[in-house]
Design a protein around this ligand. Structure first.
Ligand code: ADP
Ligand code: MG
Ligand code: ZN
Length: 476
């Protein structure tokens, strides 16, 4: 059997830091990037005699996440102590939620090759983050600023089957959480990190295999690489007749492989018990209903609206809404053009290069409506698509104004047939070999001639016209 006969089964645990000003059980700041150990107090350092007080904003944001991810909200839940001894956890336990999470049984939709697929959300619970260990040449240092930063853990059903689906799932999740202002989701700052559970089985089998867990992936690139590597590793092991061990593995970003860290702890290892220092969480209907009214238009609704109002297909709409910055620009620009589809294509192809998932816009465009102007120029054949793409980027990075830039740099497309004919005749004369090749039936020779004409006009000739005219002339 080969790797093509297998499929992976993937379920994710995603940890997301909530957008609160203060920590979950004390008043310390949650701001990222402060000097180590400057945002701590006896409560988040776990000093004996201190008592936690639950930050209401944490519950509000977690409920908001539950609603945005189509979950059932548990009106009566509680906190539990998860006991483990590790240097990043001064209390030696983490306050989490065990058997009564705040939210359960939700789902989100992702786009796959075979259409829309719902991915189940098993549960969402609230918990506190641990500190951060910093390993350097002198040893290991600890920064406790992150101790007690509020987290939600979003656990998915094992519904994902490929690296692409997994990336789409995390992207969608990120998009929803950003949109509803639940988290800033900055993956490079650790605000959103994924544990990937993965097992393999032969295609067509219904039973799941034994899974391994890869901890703390925080970029789309590494999520994809880790899954591809681990899938191949497990298939190879199964093919050799080896048993997959239930273990926690580390993905090494440098060599792109996973390594065993430890065998998986059982729930019993954590000695969970109800957190005695906190009362139960009881939510009223009015509290939940009020949060419902605060949820803005979510990505799927936006997608449906883009399809309906601007005549886009599902793919284009999904591409636009998958990046919030670009979706916002599109909405501002689309009223300024008669060509919403052309605008969408330009934005989808050019802007993600500048406004990446991890990056805040480098230069805020002076006026995003200018994107619409570019779509108009292209739609009316006044500039080439190459020029249009270049202009899209320049609006974003240099804040240019298209009509001024086009005039100053003489970028208008050459649509005049006589001018193009003259240029074509010149190249036909200059390139007898290409002409001969073309006449012998080598169609690539035409491309070479087209390239010459385009170059002679710095890419400004209307490429369709160039092709037409060349074909005409060469047919004589
Ligand atoms: P644990 O505490 O053991 O990590 P969780 O319930 O927090 O358990 O998370 C388990 C995760 O593993 C879920 O995302 C679930 O979908 C996924 N999962 C469970 N069984 C399998 C399996 N056989 N293969 C892949 N993923 C699995
Ligand atoms: Mg886990
Ligand atoms: Zn504190």
């Amino acid at each position: 059997m080969s790797i093509a006969d297998y499929e992976s089964v993937i379920g994710l645990e995603v940890h997301v830091e909530l957008k609160t000003k203060t920590k979950i059980f004390c008043g310390c700041s949650t701001k990222f990037g402060a000097e180590p150990n400057t945002q701590c107090c006896p409560v988040c350092m776990g000093m004996p005699g201190t008592l936690p007080v639950l930050n209401k904003e944490v519950v509000r944001l977690a409920v908001k996440a539950g609603l945005a991810l189509n979950c059932i909200i548990e009106k009566n839940s509680k906190h539990d102590r998860k006991n483990y001894f590790y240097p990043d956890l001064p209390k030696a336990y983490q306050i989490s939620q065990y058997d009564k999470p705040l939210c359960s049984k939700g789902f989100i939709n992702i786009e796959t090759e075979n259409g829309t697929k719902p991915i189940g959300i098993t549960r969402i619970h609230i918990e506190e983050d641990a500190g951060k260990l910093i390993h350097n040449e002198n040893g290991t240092l600890i920064d406790c600023n992150r101790c007690g930063v509020p987290l939600i853990e979003i656990v998915s059903e094992p519904d994902l089957r490929t690296a692409e689906e997994t990336v789409a799932y995390v992207q969608k999740l990120k998009n929803i959480l950003e949109c509803a202002e639940i988290s800033d989701c900055k993956m490079n700052e650790g605000s959103l990190r994924c544990d990937i559970n993965l097992s393999v089985r032969k295609k067509g089998e219904t039973e799941f295999g034994t899974r391994t867990e890869m901890k703390n992936l925080n970029s789309f690139k590494f999520i994809k690489k880790a899954i591809e590597f681990e899938f191949a590793r497990q298939v190879e092991a199964v093919e050799k007749g080896e048993k997959i061990l239930r273990e926690t593995r580390r993905f090494d970003e440098v060599c792109g492989k996973t390594f065993s860290m430890r065998s998986k702890e059982d729930a019993a290892d954590y000695r969970f018990f109800r957190e005695p220092d906190l009362p139960r969480i009881e939510l009223s209907d009015s509290f939940i209903n009020e949060i419902k009214t605060e949820i803005p238009e979510l990505p799927d609704e936006k997608k449906a609206r883009f399809m309906k109002d601007f005549g886009l297909n599902g793919y284009d709409a999904e591409m636009l809404i998958s990046n919030r910055v670009i979706a916002d620009f599109y909405e501002k620009a689309v009223n300024k053009t008669e060509f919403p589809k052309i605008l969408a294509n330009l934005m989808i192809s050019e802007l993600p290069k500048i406004f990446t998932d991890e990056q805040i816009p480098k230069t805020e465009p002076i006026n995003s409506e200018f994107y619409g102007e570019v779509a108009d120029y292209l739609g009316k054949n006044e500039i080439t698509s190459g020029t249009a793409k270049m202009l899209m980027q320049k609006i974003a990075t240099d804040g240019i104004i298209p009509h001024i830039y086009i005039d100053e740099n003489n970028l208008r497309q050459i649509n005049d047939e006589e001018t193009i004919k003259k240029l074509c005749l010149t190249e036909i004369e200059n390139e007898p070999k290409s002409v001969a090749d073309y006449k012998k039936g080598k169609t690539t020779a035409l491309k070479a001639l087209m390239g010459k004409v385009m170059r002679a006009t710095s890419g400004k000739a209307n490429p369709n016209l160039v092709q037409e005219i060349l074909e005409e002339l060469l047919a004589l």
